[in-house]
Design a protein around this ligand. Structure first.
Ligand SMILES: O=C(O)CCC(=O)C(=O)O
Ligand SMILES: [Fe+2]
Length: 379
């Protein structure tokens, strides 16, 4: 029999789910505890049913992304299979030119099997679809492995507004450790991705270093890390960001994005290109990989190659995944503009530093465009 008091007022004695969520998610401490400390991530917020982005995710208007005004980057992808034939020099020029201008390009015939790309995207969805407690075991404070980290946003402790993204990071040391320590749900695909992309990474760097008059050696590819990024559907993608403006700190990034779109790159002001200073979208191309220049390549090349400022917008209709491989030097490596380049330029534009110090500065601050490079810039 119905409770007469609820029948009479035609409402439940409990606050609506929406109201409960408002109290839970509009209080900064309880939101932080739910999302970050308890490892529920942005996915947890969305699963609990919300109709508006919580206040903590609302970005200042200068950071919000207007998708209606962003043109698409119409530069065709570079066909890497042509590196092995008579068109070698032309393809090297395309790679070099892209690194000197936008710092972003797409490649096809890259040697990573297309079926693996499909499988990686599915694997990422499967992993983030796991119950929160299965993912939360990899939070940095409790992870059973120093190689694996599950988290959300970028540095939530430091950010004025959070980013609409959950991720898992898997650092590579060797096959045995990867197979033992990476999450069982992701490890096989992630490892295959690393292995099958290695030759492409070498070829890209050979082209880029060769054009600087420098021979490729392993120090440019000291460390690799595979991430899986998950951007849950968002009720107000115009108010927040999936990832805020930043450049990647390492040598090169190899990125697999899915078909949803939302990756934007800023055309530098000081290059010979159209749309200077504007944000352009890197359109999804089925089977292609996105490559972008990181801060270390900009520094080694004394500023000739441009680490690209980029950001990501979430969408209201579908969750998006992306799977980057970050290629970077070893933590202990000394970094400075390469002597061959400085000799030609007559001036060094960056000071020498140890890579771990650069990393600590990078991960110790919220995303702020290309400010990371100021750590090493000589004015
Ligand atoms: O999701 C993307 O397309 C890009 C992600 C990104 O910029 C990063 O993980 O550094
Ligand atoms: Fe990035």
């Amino acid at each position: 029999m119905a409770n007469p008091s609820t029948t009479r007022f035609n409402s439940s004695p409990w606050p609506s789910k929406e109201k409960q969520n408002m109290t839970r998610f509009d209080n900064e401490t309880s939101l932080f505890n739910f999302v970050v400390r308890d490892g529920n991530g942005v996915k947890g917020i969305v699963d609990s049913g919300i109709s508006k982005v919580p206040q903590a995710y609302i970005q200042p208007s200068t950071e919000q992304i207007d998708k209606n005004n962003a043109p698409k980057c119409d530069i065709p992808p570079i066909d890497l299979s042509r590196l092995d034939g008579p068109d070698h020099d032309e393809v090297v020029n395309q790679i070099v030119r892209a690194a000197e201008t936008l710092g972003f390009f797409q490649v096809i015939n890259h040697g990573v099997p297309i079926e693996l790309l499909d499988s990686l995207k599915q694997t990422a969805h499967n992993f983030f679809g796991l119950p929160a407690e299965r993912k939360a075991v990899y939070r940095k404070e409790v992870s059973p492995s120093p190689l694996v980290k599950y988290g959300t946003s970028f540095v939530p402790e430091k950010e004025k507004a959070l980013e609409w993204k959950d991720y898992i990071s898997m650092a590579y040391t060797n096959d045995d450790e990867a197979l033992q320590q990476w999450p069982v749900e992701c490890r096989d695909d992630a490892l295959q991705y690393l292995k099958t992309s290695h030759e492409m990474v070498r070829k890209l760097l050979e082209a880029l270093m060769g054009s600087l008059g420098v021979e490729l050696d392993d120090s440019f590819i000291g460390k690799k890390m595979v991430n899986m990024n998950f951007y849950p559907t968002c009720p107000n993608p115009e108010l927040t960001v999936g990832v805020g403006r930043h450049s990647d700190m390492g040598t090169l990034t190899i990125l697999l994005q899915d078909g949803i779109g939302g990756l934007y790159v800023r055309v530098p002001e000081n290059v010979d290109m159209e749309k200077k200073g504007e944000w352009v979208e890197i359109p999804p191309i089925l089977g292609a990989l996105v490559i972008n220049v990181g801060d270390m390549l900009q520094i080694w090349s004394n500023g000739r190659y441009k680490s690209a400022e980029h950001r990501v917008r979430a969408t209201s209709t579908k969750s998006r995944v992306s799977i980057p491989i970050f290629v970077s030097p070893e933590a202990t490596q000394k970094i400075a503009p390469l002597p061959q380049v400085v000799e030609k330029d007559g001036v060094a534009r960056y000071t020498e530093f140890v890579f771990s110090d650069y990393m600590n500065n990078f991960f110790g601050n919220a995303h702020d465009g290309k400010k990371s490079l100021e750590f090493a810039k000589i004015n």
